[in-house]
Design a protein around this ligand. Structure first.
Ligand code: 5AD
Length: 551
């Protein structure tokens, strides 16, 4: 049987698409191969939101091209947003490619691959399914990799809509994913029911502007507080189209699937954060106390030029309403720095907004001009060095806010949904607010929702102790059990130097006592680490090695 490997770049939507590709291929008799270099078919599922991802694709195709010279039967396919965006042009510029397939054409993969494998000329299939939108759902509950120790991943993504009707001037998504198409509410609910029956406990609803949802089958009753936006804000800042059926969908899911323990969604657009959505958060315990609400900038002038359709004041007012309704809610966001014409003062307004909201998570990007976007008509006039400076300053602020937030949780009790065991020997779960917590447990609690007490803050996560003492195991004991040498663990302590690790090649037994500590990428160096030393994932910088220490 031919083997396949899917390599994913980009967002959750892309990861979700990759899983669907894998399912379609497995159903057609293809066998998954984790090492792309050994597979008969390699599919590169691409992202084109920022330039970097596109460059990555080009270098990956170059690398596979070398393999293809040795193994001409190797089929290289490009899927996802770059495929949709570039179509035929990709084949012309990268002749190693056999197949270009858009996000809406995944069901056609087996037949296209079958002809590619018979040596047919390169094929391009990038047609949006406007007439009959298809939403491929999971056929079975998703499994974690066997090494992670659990059969079912208790967390799953479910698509509710695709495409985007916003016209943010920087964004290529309306071009690569087309205009908005919504999945019938019944299909969404049925998929969630199936997943929960299969062991899933947490679902994240996925969509490019997930909160613009409208039920094409018109089966949802109006949600509580629907229409209040207009009454509250007037037509200037809230229009009838801001009021969507997303809150009604959330309510319908919770009513129909009682076994669902947690519900999240990503990514919403702030203009649909209406009183009805706030009321849903207030009423539905299953809805998590964390919302990712992309703001992009804290300056009204920049927001206007970005075509975001809200002001800083409106964004803050809507978040304020949500926070009032959901005490303890945490927020994260996306920000672009160095958008055309962004002055230093306007960037400072972004910093002040980040401080004011106290985002505990922040994805920040340097503006990158994208083809077909309206912002291409604006001069990309913020120098690269200035974009980098702003990005660094913003990320430093975000780190500070996050570590203060994590430190403030020490001593508190919270509940985590256990996502599985890490190679460190500890289990990992997430709180409702989305903080990651590592803890020890005497048996496998994957999929359970358990109360624990936070004992320690790390740089990006927490260490906790289960309240149920009959199962609780000290975190350090759990780690020692598996032997530090197989430790995938963690990060540096909040107070320690940045996450820096010795370079793999420097890590010999001889050099360990000098350099190790919160050491190294496990895949490469696990064998090299003696008991008692700990390792971690993360970027390695040799010059910082000496700063590491034995715990
Ligand atoms: N340049 C930089 N960042 C971008 N994003 C989208 N388009 C661009 C671009 N042209 C960012 C936005 C969005 C996230 C997914 O990617 O912050 O929310």
């Amino acid at each position: 049987m031919p083997t396949y490997s899917v390599v994913t770049f980009g967002c959750q939507m892309n990861m979700h698409d990759s899983e669907r590709m894998a399912e379609v291929l497995s159903a057609a008799g293809y066998v998954p191969e984790s090492n792309p270099e050994a597979a008969d078919v390699v599919l590169l599922n691409t992202c084109s939101v920022r330039e970097k991802a596109e460059q990555k694709l080009r270098s990956e195709v170059g690398r596979l091209g070398v393999l293809k010279r040795k193994r001409p039967e190797l089929v290289i396919g490009v899927a996802g947003c770059v495929a949709q965006q570039e179509g035929e042009r990709l084949i012309k510029s990268l002749p190693q490619i056999d197949l270009v397939i858009g996000p809406d054409n995944i069901p056609e993969l087996p037949s296209l691959l079958a002809s590619a494998q018979t040596g047919a000329p390169p094929q391009v299939r990038t047609v949006f399914d406007y007439d009959a939108p298809q939403f491929l759902g999971a056929t079975v509950a998703p499994t974690r990799s066997p090494s992670a120790g659990a059969a079912v991943n208790p967390c799953a993504y479910v698509t509710t809509m695709k495409g985007c009707d916003e016209r943010c001037t920087f964004c290529i998504v309306p071009f690569t994913r087309g205009s908005e198409r919504y999945r019938p509410s019944r299909e969404v609910i049925d998929e969630i029911t199936r997943l929960v029956d299969g062991g899933v406990r947490e679902v994240t609803l996925l969509g490019q502007t997930v909160d613009s949802y409208r039920d094409p089958s018109a089966q949802l009753p109006a949600a509580k507080a629907a229409g209040d936006g207009i009454r509250r804000w007037g037509r200037r800042s809230a229009s009838p189209e801001d009021e969507t059926e997303f809150p009604a969908l959330l309510r319908a899911i919770v009513a129909a699937v009682p076994g669902l323990r947690r519900l999240r969604y990503t990514s919403p657009h702030p203009r649909h954060l209406t009183p009805a959505l706030v009321a849903a958060h207030e009423d539905l315990d299953v809805l998590c106390k964390h919302v990712h609400m992309p703001v992009q900038s804290g300056s009204d002038v920049v927001l206007k030029r970005m075509g975001r359709r809200y002001t800083r004041g409106e964004y803050l007012e809507r978040l304020g309403m949500l926070r009032e309704a959901v005490p303890g809610l945490t927020l994260s966001t996306d920000i672009i720095v160095g958008f055309p014409g962004e002055t230093n003062e306007q960037f400072e307004e972004t910093l002040s907004l980040v401080r004011e909201v106290g985002f505990v998570g922040l994805f920040a990007f340097k503006y990158s001009p994208r083809p077909y976007t309206p912002a291409l008509n604006l001069e990309d006039d913020v120098p690269e060095s200035e974009k980098s400076r702003r990005l660094t300053e913003l990320l430093a602020l975000s780190e500070l806010i996050r570590s203060n937030h994590l430190a403030s949780l020490v001593g508190q009790e919270c509940t985590v949904l256990v996502e599985g065991k890490s190679k460190s020997g500890a289990y990992t779960g997430r709180t409702e607010r989305n903080e990651i917590v590592h803890f020890g447990c005497s048996d496998d609690p994957t999929g359970e929702v358990l109360p624990l007490r936070i004992e320690r803050a790390l740089r990006h996560s927490l260490v906790g102790h289960l309240l149920d003492e009959s199962r609780a195991m000290d975190f350090e004991v759990a780690r020692a059990r598996v032997g530090a040498s197989s430790c995938e663990t963690l990060e540096t302590e909040t107070s320690a130097a940045p996450l820096v690790l010795p370079a793999p090649q420097r890590l010999s037994r001889h050099s360990l006592p000098v350099v190790a500590g919160w050491a190294v990428k496990p895949r490469v160096e696990r064998k090299a680490l003696p008991r008692g030393w700990q390792c971690t994932t993360g970027a390695l910088k040799p010059r910082d090695a000496a700063r590491l220490r034995h715990p």
